[in-house]
Design a protein around this ligand. Structure first.
Ligand SMILES: C[S@@+](CC[C@H](N)C(=O)[O-])C[C@H]1O[C@@H](n2cnc3c(N)ncnc32)[C@H](O)[C@@H]1O
Length: 227
C-alpha cells in the first residue's frame, strides 16, 4: 500500500465517528451550503445514475438524494466511514466494501455522473483516479468536484491561515483525539493549492468543457468536467 493511502485510511478510520460533527462545527455549517451549490451546478436530475467517490459518511450523496437523484452508489477507502453512511441511508448502493478512486470496480459507461467532495486532495494518484472516472462514465457524463482552496485576498488569507493552522487543529484534536488528522487537514490543503491544477489534470485525462467556480472568498472550488 502506498504511504499516502495508508496514512489517509488510518486517519479517516480513526476520526469516522467524530467526522460529521467536526465538519459542521469547524465550517460553521457552511459545508451544507457548499454541497448544495455543487449539486446544483452538476445539473443532475431524477434520471441521473450517480457514483459519489470518497463518499465518506455520505453527506454529498445525501444532498444529491434530497435534490431528487434516485440512483446513487458510493465508493470510499475507509470501511468505518462507509459503515456510518450505511447507517444514515438505507438507499445507498455499493457501500459494503472499501473501494479506491484509482481502481473503480464498475463496468465501463455505468454512470451519468461522478461527484467527489473534499476527497480529491486525499487521493494517492489523482491522474489514475481521473482516468478511472472516465472509464466508468457514460459518454457526455459529468464529474463534479468540490475541494478546498486557499483564498487569494491577502487579508482574508492571513485570517484563514491563522484559523486553519492554529484554531482548527486545536479543536479537531480535542474532539477527535487524533492529533495527526487535524494537522494533516491544513497541510494537505496548502500542498494541494500550491501543486494541483484540477482543470489541467482533467483536460489531460481527456475531459472537455472543464468549468471552475469559486465559493466563499475562494476557500472552496467547484470543478465540473464532461467526458
Ligand atoms: C474529507 S472526507 C469527505 C467525505 C464526504 N465526501 C463529505 O463530503 O463529507 C474524504 C474521504 O475520502 C476518502 N478517500 C481518501 N482517499 C481515497 C481514495 N483514494 N479512494 C476513495 N476514497 C478515498 C476518505 O476515506 C474519506 O472518507
Amino acid at each position: 500500500m502506498s504511504e499516502k493511502k495508508k496514512q489517509v485510511k488510518r486517519i479517516f478510520d480513526s476520526i469516522a465517528y467524530r467526522y460529521d460533527f467536526l465538519n459542521h462545527l469547524l465550517s460553521f455549517g457552511t459545508d451544507y451550503y457548499w454541497r448544495r451549490k455543487a449539486i446544483k451546478y452538476s445539473g443532475m436530475n431524477e434520471n441521473s445514475i450517480l457514483l459519489d467517490v470518497a463518499c465518506g459518511t455520505g453527506d454529498f450523496a445525501i444532498t444529491a438524494h434530497n435534490a431528487g437523484v434516485k440512483n446513487i452508489y458510493g465508493a470510499d477507502l475507509s470501511y468505518k466511514m462507509l459503515k456510518l453512511f450505511n447507517s444514515k441511508a438505507e438507499w445507498i448502493k455499493g457501500c459494503s466494501v472499501e473501494m479506491v478512486a484509482e481502481f473503480l470496480p464498475f463496468k465501463d459507461s455505468s454512470f451519468t455522473n461522478i461527484t467527489v467532495a473534499f476527497g480529491v486532495r486525499n487521493f494517492y494518484d489523482i491522474p489514475k483516479a481521473f482516468s478511472s472516472f472516465r472509464s466508468v462514465l457514460k459518454p457526455n457524463g459529468k464529474v463534479t468536484i468540490l475541494e478546498f482552496r486557499l483564498p487569494k485576498n491577502i487579508f482574508f488569507k492571513v485570517l484563514y491561515k491563522f484559523y486553519f493552522t492554529r484554531i482548527l487543529p486545536l479543536i479537531g484534536n480535542l474532539i477527535s483525539r487524533d492529533k495527526e488528522a487535524y494537522i494533516y487537514l491544513p497541510e494537505s490543503v496548502h500542498e494541494f493549492d500550491e501543486k494541483i491544477n484540477l482543470k489541467e489534470l482533467l483536460e489531460q485525462a481527456d475531459f472537455s468543457k472543464v468549468d471552475t467556480k469559486s465559493l466563499t472568498f475562494g476557500i472552496v472550488q467547484v470543478v465540473i468536467a464532461t467526458k
